[in-house]
Design a protein around this ligand. Sequence first.
Ligand code: IFL
Length: 465
Amino acid sequence: MRMARREAVAGTALLLGAAAGAGVPLAAPGRRGAWKALAREVRDELAWAWDHYRRLAWGKDEIKPISGGSSSFPLKNHHLGLSLVEALDTLWVMGLDDRFEEGLHWVLEHLRFDVDGEVSVFETSIRLVGGLLSAHHACGDPALLAKARDLADRLLPAFDTPTGMPWRFVNLATGKPRESVTSPADIATYLPEWGMLSLRTGDPRYARSAKRAAQAVFARRSGLDLVATQIDVLSGEWRSRRATVGSYCDSFFEYLWDGWQLLGDPDCRRMYQICVRAILKHQQRWQDGSLWFADVDFETGALVSSEQDELAAFFGGLLAQGGAPREGAAYTESWAKVQARYGVLPEGYDYATGKATQVGNALRPELADACFNLWLLDRRPRWREIARDHFLTMRRWNKAPFGYADLADVTSQPKRQADHCPGYWWSEQMKYYYLLFADTLRFDYRRNYLSTEGNVLLGFRRPGG
Ligand code: IFL
């Protein structure tokens, strides 16, 4: 896609503003065209990466963006077109219709789930069931819904436990489950996708299983109303004492809120409010004017660690959605400061020492996710600016010969890349940036829902529809 000269200049001005860290008043009246030009740059990057994927890794799960090879996930040694499925609704909302159609064609012709192999129930649901549902929402093709349902049916045996909490892995062909010790996020990140599946198919089993699993985690919260990172789904006993808003627990909280936001379930809202009130009470810490959430013992509230997962950066958006906008904004600003310091966020950061504790970056979308949700709520230009910097630094550092790559070290000069592009890159940050900047008619900015994987399950508008 070529830009008109006026737009190109506007895009460059944005670039310079960010590179100089000059705090250019980007959202001032008259700068609307500049944001739209930036949206086109985002779309161009996605189209460029798709064309490499199309040429070098068509139907594979993940392209290796440095070597041009490929890797499989969530199955070992078998591909399900993960990146392609994750990209579909992003292509659609960007108006890359020819590419959407070629991806859709591949799904309808080649995607089969009767594979004798084991998958993570959680990852397969958020990425593939969610990806198929959002593509169905985009174009309405009933075959996509049938495929989402077929896959969910293969995951359902995992929920057959005494507690209702699912096993961590399941075999797609045999339904044989494995690994009973798992996390709140693995157990309870289903309601929006499975709720939509129940609504669209009329089969209540999906929503019922998802809600029962979430309630089972919530019922086992401590006297402080906190949950920990590991639990045994057969005995219902906790196997860890660490409460965190990061990895292992993050999307448990997110999907409690989403069960209310998307499905209007008041039980979910109540569970969310109880959990988040406890987090604000027992985990909130202020350090040098920045808000962080410490890991604490889930029964005593004693400090366990001041290390933060980058994954927790989404939490600012969720806090604001759930009725704590000041804390949500403050927490997002804390991460924005880390971004300003490193350019690209490290996977781990310790707020007490001010140091990166895990120096890699797995091409993460969480800060852009928070900015998107905050901006939907208050339209403050600040959230667009943080997301713009997220995009521009990603384009500077993570862009590789055949796509976008993880970083092995964000602290090295120059930053060192790693030969991997996760499937969520296609579904998440590129879509958040685009929706933030484009003001597209294909999306309803007032009534919408994006899943933890960025899949749009509500809010698409079909042209002429
Ligand atoms: O799969 C992605 C999703 O956002 C999630 N957790 C981690 C991934 C992105 O970092 O829920």
